[in-house]
Design a protein around this ligand. Structure first.
Ligand code: BG6
Length: 310
């Protein structure tokens, strides 16, 4: 069963209840095609295979994390689905949350232990304290354009862009803000995790914080931003960028192909547990209730731009 499972916590529980009347839990495969992407799986394997990198991933060193899934495409004739779902349910609940979980989960081998650990990481995310939910989430819609799509209401308030903030209780990441954003009809297709490290304590002119970009889609690659001193008697710095493309080498199957093959072999590591899906709805339900209120702003942005200026 492909994501999204339901449209909120309650509908997800109802679907699960009906499914388990007909199937055993181990016969049900909840599919998120992002978990079939080699680049997304690599978030975990980069950590596993690079102890040096893994040691850098902790709250004393990191300032914030950005998880971005920007799409250049619009709704591609899928108004019948998208009008009732919107970007928040379509992209955040599963794809973006899974990327956050893979980045923060405890490294552990074995299919079930792995899923357990991924679930635990997801459950550790929470909404930061705020006076109003508008401080934590912002929605947008591309226009003119979206409301002119066939099958879309002329006064539609469906979001095609969302930006939000989360924190996690996972000890190594405690206090690090996670900013998630995703939208349709933006400048370019790019899926990226950017980890921005704390600013250096002694700052010379021109220096900026270190950053690690893991670009999963678009021009997939990794980029490390360091600073190097320029010539002269005064310490003045310029960025030194180390980068390399991330390419899949070996048996590179398209995501659904790979996942279906694994399902045939009963391999469940990269399928969602019901409890993971449930945890994501539980976390995000208050935000989606808020986004649906007529009083919650819906910011318009031009197609092909970087999203709402707000
Ligand atoms: C799907 C959404 O799950 O993911 C689509 O329903 C979205 O709206 C797509 O465009 C993005 O996937 P990808 O693989 O192109 O990043």
């Amino acid at each position: 069963m492909e994501k999204p499972v339901g449209h909120d916590l309650q509908s997800c529980e109802e679907i699960h209840q009906e499914l388990t009347e007909c199937f055993h839990e181990e016969e049900i495969y909840f599919l998120d095609h992002y978990l079939g992407k080699e680049a997304v799986r690599n978030i975990y394997y980069l950590r596993l295979a690079n102890p040096v990198l893994e040691r850098l991933l902790k709250n004393t060193l990191i300032h914030h994390v950005e998880v971005t899934a920007s799409e250049a495409a619009g709704i591609e004739g899928r108004a019948g689905y998208f009008e009732h779902v919107g970007t928040f349910r379509d992209m955040v609940q599963s794809h973006l949350m899974q990327m956050c979980a893979l980045l923060t989960m405890r490294i552990i081998e074995g299919d079930e232990s792995f899923r357990e650990s991924r679930q635990h990481a997801l459950e550790e995310f929470y909404l930061p304290p705020a006076n109003t939910l508008d401080e934590l989430v912002l929605q947008g819609q591309y226009g003119p354009g979206y409301r002119e799509e066939e099958g879309v209401a002329r006064d539609s308030r469906t979001n095609t862009y969302v930006c939000m903030k989360l924190l996690t209780r996972t000890s190594r990441w405690q206090g690090v803000p996670f900013v998630l954003r995703t939208g349709k009809c933006l400048q370019k297709k790019e899926t990226r995790i950017s980890i921005q490290f704390q600013s250096p304590t002694i700052v010379g002119r021109g220096s900026s914080p270190n950053r690690l970009d893991i670009i999963l889609q678009g021009e997939a690659g990794m980029r490390v931003y360091l600073q190097t001193k320029m010539g002269g008697t005064e310490p003045q710095f310029r960025p030194l960028i180390l980068e390399d493309p991330l390419v899949c080498v070996g048996d590179c199957l398209p995501e659904h192909g790979l996942l279906l093959l694994e399902a045939v072999h009963g391999k469940r590591q990269w399928f969602l547990r019901y409890t993971e899906t449930r945890a994501a709805w539980k976390l995000l339900d208050p935000l989606q209730t808020h986004l649906a209120l007529p009083s919650t702003p819906l910011h318009m942005y031009a197609a092909g731009s970087g999203g709402p200026k707000e």
